[in-house]
Write a protein of this length. Sequence first.
Length: 327
Amino acid sequence: MKTVSILVPECAVLQGIADPRYMFTAVNMFLKNAGKPPLFNVQLVGLSREVRLNDGAFTIKPDLLLDEVKKSDLVIVPPLSGDLNAAIKLNEEFIPWIQEQYRRGAEVASLCLGAFLLASTGLLNGKKCSTHWLFANEFRNMFPEVDLVDEKVITEENHVYSSGGANSYWNLLLYLVEKYTNREMAILASKFFVIDMGRNDQSPFIIFQGQKDHEDEVVKNAQEYIENNFHNKISVDELSDKFSVVRRTFERRFKKSTHNTVVEYIQRVKIEAAKKSFESSRKTIYEVMYDVGYTDIKAFRDVFKRITGMPPVDYRNKYNKDAAVAV
């Protein structure tokens, strides 16, 4: 019997508690229907006997308080909401408890913005982690010791797991079901919950908004220049000359402030513009390519696929129902 401890933090997202509970109890039902004993002992663990969520609209009554938990094989940290710094502070009593469970052999998995609470334990330091792409910059600023791979849906390293944004945590739950049971059971769960198995990339969903929550005014000005002139060819030398900063120093400051190299930033701005064009216009691949400043179709396709996880044609067909299939 595997004991799954699902945390019930203050400021948690209700679905991030209810859905994993539903998943593991459903698997128990599947096993029972197959004439097998249940595998999971699912328990909700909180700091108090009653936790009110969504401004009091919902109330959850945990099965156990922290000091009542005798065993955990898997600890699930659900998504947090609101001011994440404040949410972590409200739930700081969970931090040493999670650390202790991990030391005692439990695996730990964060769902979406639960990564912020998990990262606060230090268990993610030096490890890969994913979270909601919209909060990637905030996460990197708060936890620079963690290797954030925000394009990933699932990460696993040394018995610590994380999932990408929002509903992508269902893919991590399926992954854990397969690990603790078998492929057949995971397929059954995927069909029951209507989940597309094997998705491990949230790149198509990412909206690049630039990273401007920093104090380097020169870099901010360079970012704005790139965003206003992305349709032209822009070089690192041109930018460093324009803003009167030695190239090496400019590149270092830019990477420190934005978590992207200058070239990466230029590419992401161009591709974001291309994505918006594909979503809202009937332009061909070549027309969009030229609009955003590319002249080499292979280079454009390669960069587009690397950033979004899919070729330009597939992206347009996915998000623009009126677009003709043309190149």
